[in-house]
Design a protein around this ligand. Sequence first.
Ligand SMILES: [Fe+2]
Ligand SMILES: [Fe+2]
Length: 369
Amino acid sequence: MEKQQERRREAEPIIFERDTEETWLRLQEDREKRASLSHVAKDKDVPWKQNSQAYRKRYVQSGPKYRYTMGPIGSMTVSKQMLPPMGKGGKHRHYNEALLYVIEGEGFETHDGIKYPFETGDLVCVPTYCIHQHFNASSNWVSVFYCTPADFFDLLGIQSTEQIEMHPNYQVPETAQIIRGAQGQVIGYKEASGLEIRFGLDENKQILMDSKKATQFQGESKDNYDFYLRTLSDQTKWRQNAIRIIKSKERPWEETRMGRIKYLSHPNISTGLLLFDSFLQEIPPGGVSGKHRHVSEEVHYILEGRGYDIHDGKQWDWDTNDVVFIPVNTVHQHFNADPKKPARFISVQSRLYHYCGHGGFEHMEDAPK
Ligand SMILES: [Fe+2]
Ligand SMILES: [Fe+2]
């Protein structure tokens, strides 16, 4: 006791930190923002827009500026894009993976130069860091619902998009000066403020990724350090061989306690995705799903039908083509309001919660048999 008092007399003056209180206030602000937002994005209220990659509707945008401004969801971006007959999107690459569900149409992907055909109902897996582009191979429009864990990669310090080929309908801002490459192709633009935007592959990053790709671990790992040498090699191989297309017609329906569900991405299914779970759910005419709660956020795209969800006692109506947001820790149940037709939706959940030790479902009520 004496010694402690002695040390205290010699100690530096105490400087108070208010970081904990600042965090409380910021999280309170986040909760209030989430609580103020609708749990349903009505299809008619979300405009189509053109960007460098796609003609799309953006339901949840990434970046700190947009956090909890469009939907009460932070673990993923949420969008829908359309490809015109025989059209294509922009060619690009990003560190984060992407999940795409083909709502309608036939086309193909190119991932690092390899072609992967898709059709209505397929789940397209874009593994982390591959050059990809979406193509329509038919005389009808293709529509795709898609999600990325972009903000998470931002926090990890590896968020980036290299735009290698712009969308055919992309236009630089009217006031901008176009910058052209040696062959006359558009490689960027200069804004009136002097700010330059450059497109294309990041050559330094390419050198870095090529170096990683060329590293191969041979033999057995002998110690805990070798484990990580082997990991690099294993993950490169995994990325090259990852399954890109999950055919929903080849996946079985399961009569679960939550209702009739068909998992397309799940820890027990081998896919090119590591960070998303996804399933199709069908609710019979006038029917109801089970009731449950999970820490993870969940997003639904309504493929068919009309109905409503109850989230923590509050009703949210939905219709075909609407997007439903289920925020963290919400008790939820889905109801088909049509007495004659089934309702169908695709569900997407971030698997990051699971990896962080906050996975699993708390089941409250069974769906009727
Ligand atoms: Fe992408
Ligand atoms: Fe759920």
